[in-house]
Design a protein around this ligand. Structure first.
Ligand SMILES: NC(=O)c1ccc[n+]([C@@H]2O[C@H](COP(=O)([O-])OP(=O)(O)OC[C@H]3O[C@@H](n4cnc5c(N)ncnc54)[C@H](O)[C@@H]3O)[C@@H](O)[C@H]2O)c1
Length: 254
């Protein structure tokens, strides 16, 4: 018996990295999965991988930064599968990294906030009414350890992730009494296409566990938060960071 038997899950950004790993894991635990992405190629490949394993999945093309697109994405999923039990608002971008705050353009700022923060807000906004009608659901949002601590040169990204943590708490406080749980995951360094161009600049020995996360490390926590195993957890920001945020970084000379 799977931990998500009979459930319907929607995952944004499921054409790559953590989103794809989660879609495959959720399907393996019995969920029917709506694989959402702005880019069809990767998402269609995710769908094929799930169907090859004998589980139902559909591709829904959506740009999470657009309200109407997210409304249509939720509607298409419910239209196909008849319900929506889990939404994993995972799609996100890094945007311009490396500029001090005063040098960031309004366009750079808006782009990251629109995809990362408004995208998660829209996902919640359109999933919650369905979940209320059904009598419950689970919301999982991808934040970051960079929503809890600053990174010089990453202002739009860090603000967007801090906003996701607070948005998750807002939703938990408003809807948990209606059996809708909302939690977010704060990954540290995960080896995915998102960070592959910069991967070599990270000192892996600065991570207490000594390695970057795999997409599956994060997907397993998403599964836990999606399933009844986490029935009494809501409003949490779960760090999945190999210990990065546990340790003060005061590096010694030599
Ligand atoms: N990789 C890391 O180290 C790390 C660390 C912390 C948080 N995260 C978060 O994980 C998420 C990214 O996941 P990943 O690392 O697997 O990256 P990824 O680049 O492999 O996957 C991101 C997916 O999101 C899709 N996407 C981007 N913009 C979209 C939009 N507007 N609408 C719909 N889909 C869109 C992309 O097409 C891509 O398939 C982001 O929210 C990111 O902030 C990643």
């Amino acid at each position: 018996m799977g931990r998500l038997d009979g459930r319907v899950a929607l995952i944004t950004g499921a054409g790559s990295g953590i989103g794809r790993a989660s879609a495959i894991l959720f399907a393996g635990e019995g969920a029917k999965v709506a694989v959402v992405d702005r880019v069809p190629e990767g998402a269609q490949e995710t769908v094929r991988m799930i169907r090859d394993a004998g589980v139902e999945a559909i591709f829904v093309e959506a740009d999470v930064s657009k309200s109407s697109s997210v409304e249509q994405m939720v509607g298409a999923t419910a239209g196909q599968f008849g319900r929506l039990d889990v939404i994993f608002n995972h799609a996100g971008i890094q945007g311009a990294i490396g500029l001090p705050t005063a040098d960031i353009t309004e366009e750079d700022f808006d782009l990251v906030i629109n995809v990362n923060l408004k995208g998660v807000f829209f996902g919640c906004k359109y999933a919650i009414p369905l979940m209320l009608k059904q009598g419950g659901g689970a919301i999982i949002n991808t934040a970051s350890i960079l929503g809890q601590a600053a990174m010089a040169g990453g202002t739009p990204y860090c603000i967007s992730k801090a906003g996701i943590i607070q948005l998750t708490k807002q939703i938990a406080s408003e809807y948990s009494r209606f059996n809708i749980r909302a939690n977010c995951i704060c990954p540290g360094l995960v080896r995915t296409p998102l960070i592959e161009p910069y991967f070599e600049v990270f000192r892996l020995d600065s991570i207490p566990i000594g390695r970057a996360a795999t997409p599956e490390d994060i997907a397993r926590v998403a599964l836990f938060l999606a399933s009844d195993d986490s029935a009494y957890i809501t409003g949490a920001a779960v760090a999945v960071d190999g210990g990065c945020t546990a340790e003060a970084k005061l590096l010694l000379k030599g």
